[in-house]
Write a protein that binds this ligand. Structure first.
Ligand code: NDP
Length: 491
């Protein structure tokens, strides 16, 4: 029992109170030693392989196939056959049944998927359990509902499936991004070749077992693992009719160049450098929670992370003080511990990138704050970080860090906040904190961002479209809008 601090007549509280470890058991996950590629409903051996690890411990987890251009060719052929052999002409109500089944199985196996997601990706189990899995299932439920209503969604436009969709996803929300991509594609009658990120293939591979349970016809969904070369082979393949990509702006631009003139449909969901704008009339404690959720959720590996905090000058000091105090309470460590708030950085490469940008912040003259916290010796870790005294021109205020690093800037008037917030090549998301509804509307109309959250942050719902402006990409995922990229219209 910790010693009690009874000073000053305040209620007795333990002086050195800490959480007891609360690890989630790994036993529910049955890992195979090696995984092949899931093509045409079967597992095929890959000629090349690599190892996937746990970023929290660097422990090898399984051997994964590195799909070559030939493997991608087989996957596209399987998807084409499944498209022509009945999937595309199946009544929407029948397609919906499969999607409902997938959604229900994901719910039933949620714990298994959550543990595996945290193990392979490094995110806290409470996030994979309470955010990734429920949202992934919700996406399948939501798009199952649209499958037989496409004619109503797009009246007089004769919606038809596009064909084979090539889908390339990143490592920050592996299963959720899979759901965002596969659910609307299937609901619209397309077939799919999907590549998960090199570092986080395991939940996509476990998802193949969900497809088996749901008795989805072979070839409707094909999963090919590998690095960027596999992604490039999918983009390049002549048999692919549509590319959906989520990842870095750099690769997104390369894909756009590669596809120019090809006639393939394309949606890009790329990086961001979101402004989280806090006015002096807001509920300050609530805003602090929103700021913390905005940037430290999933170690800041979030394209819409609120990585630039704009504080109105009149509340700058109390806000930063409260924020620093809140940071001291964040628990960094074992992703499988149910008390963990900030897990492991996804890869050694990402850790290097974060370190490099943080160093640039120091060199350019910003002031750094990191709460005292003991980081595990093995694995990839970075302490939650706040930079103050940041100028707009600093790299930490301009570039996507994709880590638990917040840059704090200030403003005096709404006009100034707006101008500074929009001073970025990106345009994915933003947050506004104020008690005035009219100010929320005024800001939301003028912020060049696909999503604007008001008095909250990082809220997702399958019914709500998500996507960017400018270098954050184009096209929308989620909602009615998320169907359109997977349809052609014979008007
Ligand atoms: P990438 O854009 O490289 O990765 C996204 C996906 O694209 C992965 O599946 C990747 O494979 C694949 N890929 C890589 N190169 C190609 C290519 N030439 N053609 C087709 N597909 C390709 O992002 P990184 O993982 O390298 O991360 C780099 C930076 O990008 C991060 O530091 C972060 O700033 C940003 N990022 C932004 C994301 C967002 O959602 N906005 C998501 C992920 C990263 P592989 O995994 O093998 O590289």
């Amino acid at each position: 029992m910790a010693e009690l601090d009874r000073t000053g007549g305040a209620p007795a509280v333990p002086a050195d109170w800490t959480y007891a470890p609360a690890p989630e058991s790994r036993d529910i996950v049955q890992l195979r030693d090696r995984y092949g590629l899931f093509v045409g409903g079967k597992w095929i051996e890959a000629s090349e392989t690599y190892e996937t690890i746990s970023p929290a411990s660097e422990e090898p987890l399984a051997v994964i196939g590195q799909a070559t251009a030939t493997d991608v060719d087989h996957a596209v052929a399987a998807a084409r056959t499944a498209f022509a052999d009945g999937w595309s002409s199946l009544p929407g109500s029948e397609r919906a049944k499969y999607l409902f089944r997938v959604a229900r199985i994901l719910q039933e196996r949620a714990r298994e998927f959550a543990v595996l997601e945290s193990l392979n990706g490094g995110k806290p189990i409470k996030e994979s359990r309470d955010v990734d899995l429920p949202l992934a299932a919700a996406h399948f439920f939501y798009y199952a509902g649209w499958a037989d209503k496409l004619e109503y969604a797009f009246p007089n436009r004769r919606p038809r499936p596009v064909g084979v969709a090539g889908q390339i996803i990143p490592w920050n929300f592996p299963l959720l991004m899979l759901a965002w991509k596969i659910a609307p594609a299937l609901a619209c009658g397309n077939t799919v070749v999907l590549k998960p990120a090199e570092t986080t293939p395991l939940t996509a591979l476990l998802f193949c077992d969900v497809l088996r349970q749901a008795e989805l016809p072979p070839g409707v969904v094909n999963i090919v693992t590998g690095d960027g070369r596999t992604g490039a082979a999918i983009v390049d393949h002549e048999g692919v009719d549509k590319i959906a990509f989520t990842g870095s702006t750099e690769v997104g631009k390369a894909i756009q160049r590669q596809l120019a003139g090809s006639g393939k449909k394309l949606t890009l969901e790329l990086g961001g450098k979101a402004a989280n704008i806090v006015f002096d009339d807001c509920a300050l404690d609530q805003a602090v929670e929103g700021i913390v959720n905005g940037i430290y959720f999933n170690q800041g590996h979030v394209c819409c992370a609120g990585s630039r905090l704009f504080a109105q000058e009149s509340i700058y000091e109390p806000l930063v003080e409260k924020l620093k105090r809140r940071l001291e309470t964040l628990r960094v460590g074992d992703p499988l511990d149910k008390n963990t708030d900030v897990g492991a950085i996804n890869s050694a490469m990402q850790l290097d990138k974060i370190r490099e940008l943080v160093q640039s912040g120091r060199d350019e003259g910003a002031e750094i704050y990191q709460p005292p916290c003991r980081l595990p010796e093995k694995g990839y870790w970075f302490a939650p970080t706040v930079f103050t005294n940041v100028a707009q021109s600093y790299r930490i205020a301009q570039e996507e860090i994709f880590g638990p690093v917040l840059s704090v800037l200030t403003f005096r008037t709404p006009e100034e906040a707006l101008e500074k917030a929009n001073n970025t090549p990106y345009g994915l998301s933003a947050g506004v904190w104020t008690e005035k509804g009219s100010r929320i509307l005024w800001m939301a109309q003028r912020l060049r961002a696909g999503v604007v959250w008001a008095n909250t942050y990082n809220r997702f719902d399958p019914t709500s479209p998500f996507g960017g402006y400018k270098e954050s990409g184009f096209g929308r995922e989620g909602g009615l809008h998320g169907l359109e990229p997977y349809l052609r219209f014979d008007e």
